[in-house]
Design a protein around this ligand. Structure first.
Ligand SMILES: *[C@@H]1O[C@H](CO)[C@@H](O)[C@H](O)[C@H]1NC(C)=O
Ligand SMILES: *[C@@H]1O[C@H](CO)[C@@H](O)[C@H](O)[C@H]1NC(C)=O
Ligand SMILES: *[C@@H]1O[C@H](CO)[C@@H](O)[C@H](O)[C@H]1NC(C)=O
Ligand SMILES: *[C@@H]1O[C@H](CO)[C@@H](O)[C@H](O)[C@H]1NC(C)=O
Length: 306
């Protein structure tokens, strides 16, 4: 019986250790367009800080360039962030973070303009049914009258530069821009609308590893668990043989074995009292659920650069 209580932490660590790490890349201020000279922070919210990620980008100037790499000369890394203290039109491009195993985050498109108008649109894909607010602004003012366009077609004028699309659907997906008369036109940005998941507990929608990666990790997990199982079974058989031998030799050692069992079971007593059920497999399953939950919950945006 004490063997089972040993199996539980082993099972948990193997499950947690085998899961591929994921991350979400966001931007502060939250916008996909910036004025030349803005201070921009890219934030990598990873679920496993030991994974060793790097932030990379493709621009017209460089490909797969790493934040803080002195050969690339872009970005200052601080913990989980990368700062661009004076963003330039040449910094326009796609940004992502990756580990040694490959990409681990969503991609973010940034557009930097030397002009005087930007469209502030969501950086990450928006969920079907959500409300989305677009803001058309100049460097100095964010409440001037503005005109909004989708895929090159005029859609609406907004007196104060704000346009809200209520309950977005897949048909709202497209390339948006805006115009403030007397100041000019913003660059265009793509807005992606993702399907609302039907299951109550969806995985993180923005940071999904590729199927091959999941399969690879899955098979490693299965292999590891099999080896673990074989080792434990062998151990069990050895213990049983040992115990049988000892029982045959001496009655006193038999007694000490019983007291050992009592001590090892102690940590599980609260669970047993609460449930009134001594079924061991049930205890293991409920614990596994508890441990996996925080890893899928990456809703909260962490603005600090830990
Ligand atoms: C970045 O550029 C490299 C080289 O051109 C290319 O292989 C890669 O797919 C690009 N990555 C993204 C995310 O665009
Ligand atoms: C990067 O920006 C964050 C705030 O956005 C700040 O806390 C951090 O000190 C900055 N790091 C550097 C190296 O400038
Ligand atoms: C980034 O921009 C390119 C070209 O405009 C577009 O095809 C791609 O879907 C965009 N990616 C994201 C994540 O918005
Ligand atoms: C912004 O305001 C400053 C002074 O407050 C002014 O000199 C500048 O021309 C303005 N820029 C625009 C684009 O309106």
């Amino acid at each position: 019986m004490p063997r089972t209580s040993l199996l539980l932490p082993l099972l948990l660590t193997s499950l947690l250790g085998c899961r591929p790490s994921q991350a979400r890349l966001t931007v502060s201020p939250s916008s996909s367009q910036f004025f030349e000279g803005d201070f921009v922070t890219l934030i990598c919210e990873e679920d496993d800080s030991s994974a060793g990620w790097t932030l990379r980008r493709n621009t017209s100037r460089d490909t797969r360039a790493e934040c803080g790499d002195h050969n690339q000369e872009w970005g200052e890394p601080t913990g989980s962030c990368c700062n661009i203290s004076y963003i330039d039109p040449m910094d326009s491009g796609v940004y992502w973070s990756e580990s040694r195993e490959g990409p681990i985050s969503n991609m973010v498109n940034l557009t930097v303009t030397g002009g005087s108008v930007i469209l502030q649109s969501p950086v990450l894909p928006v969920m079907e049914g959500d409300d989305v607010t677009l803001l058309c602004k100049t460097k100095n003012s964010s409440n001037l009258p503005a005109a909004f366009y989708k895929d090159g077609v005029f859609i609406r004028k907004a007196a104060t530069g704000h346009m809200t699309i209520q309950h977005v659907s897949r048909s709202d997906e497209g390339l948006y821009k805006c115009d403030i008369s007397g100041h000019g036109e913003s660059p265009s940005s793509w807005i992606t609308v993702t399907e609302k998941p039907t299951t109550p507990a969806p995985p993180a929608p923005t940071s999904r590893p590729g199927l091959p990666a999941v399969l690879a990790f899955g098979s490693v997990c299965v292999l590891f668990l099999l080896v673990l199982l074989v080792l434990l079974m062998r151990d069990c058989v050895c213990r049983k043989l040992e115990a049988d031998q000892e029982a045959g030799e001496d009655a006193i050692t038999d007694d000490t074995t019983y007291s050992d069992i009592k001590i090892a079971q102690e940590p599980q007593q609260p669970v047993r009292e609460a449930r009134e059920t001594p079924s061991k497999p049930e205890v293991i399953y409920s614990s596994v659920k508890k441990f996996t939950r925080p890893t899928t919950d990456d809703q909260a945006i962490r603005p600090e650069c830990i």
